[in-house]
Design a protein around this ligand. Sequence first.
Ligand SMILES: [Cu+2]
Length: 345
Amino acid sequence: MRTRTGSFALFTAAAILMVGAVTARAQGQEWQVTAGAESRNKGSQALAFLPNELWIHAGDSIRWTFPTHERHTLTFLRSSPPPAQIRPPAFGPIFGHLVGCPGTTPDGSTFDGLTCVTSDVLLVDEGTESPPSYSVVFPVRGNFKFVCLVHADMTGVVHVLDASEALPHDQEFYSRQGQRERAVLLADAGRLERIHGDEDDEQSSGVAAGIGEIVTTTGAGSQTASLMRFERQTIVVRVGDTVEWTSLDPSINHTVTFGLEPDDPRPPSANVTPTSDGARYAVISSPADSVNSGFLSPAPQDRANLAQSAPGITRFRVTFTSRGTFNYICAVHDQLGMTGRVIVN
Ligand SMILES: [Cu+2]
């Protein structure tokens, strides 16, 4: 009985200490920002942290909300002191499953500059009312870069200052800035659609498989405006014609996928062959054929002191040898409405 009382007292003391610790942490401010934005039809996507540069105090936390149907992560990799962490590929052997740090860290994780913190892939789920969110606590001073592991040109920086230093902006400033950048990036993506639409040549058999541009709106790195659409959505050709798809996005991967959608859309299907000019090629003879281009991807950006990368594979050509209507999707972005149709007369 005494022992139990004693341990109960200890437990009570520990509980009071813990409450004290929680209270101390709760005194830090929680900042609110968003990761990504989209147009109502989901075709225009801002692949961007909005905003992507913040100044906060040590002990503060930041909560990112993910309001889009495109997937993103919020990730802090270790950059300094050395050794810097090697950026992992977004997905491992199973497509859609994040490699992460490796693995993910829970909502409310603490980033001290040394140990990687990452959310899982987060996106709006049609079945739920509110978008997912993820928060990180910053106990130590420093300047920390953050990234989305899915999108190469979606980065930001947090400046964590000493409590005695003045912060340059308040929450209202960041909310306004995020709204402004959202509007600019989505307008950019919409403009890409119109520019391309104006250039439409009815005689051409070319289709853009996504169009994008990297935009820098702050001093903290890059944001991307991407149009997740095939332009033209419907193309009409004749038997024997070859249609060419070209990805015009500098930052992300798309596919051209006919028939059954493969579990892993990254590699081309076995009936796709490389061409001498670095594109990929297939022949489709029936609307029942299954053909996957594999990822159409830009080459990584060129930087000094990095290994030279091979050219990206950005083009896919298909010759149609029978009449019919051939529907296809981008296996990565069909949930955003990225689908198309070839009508062969
Ligand atoms: Cu796509």
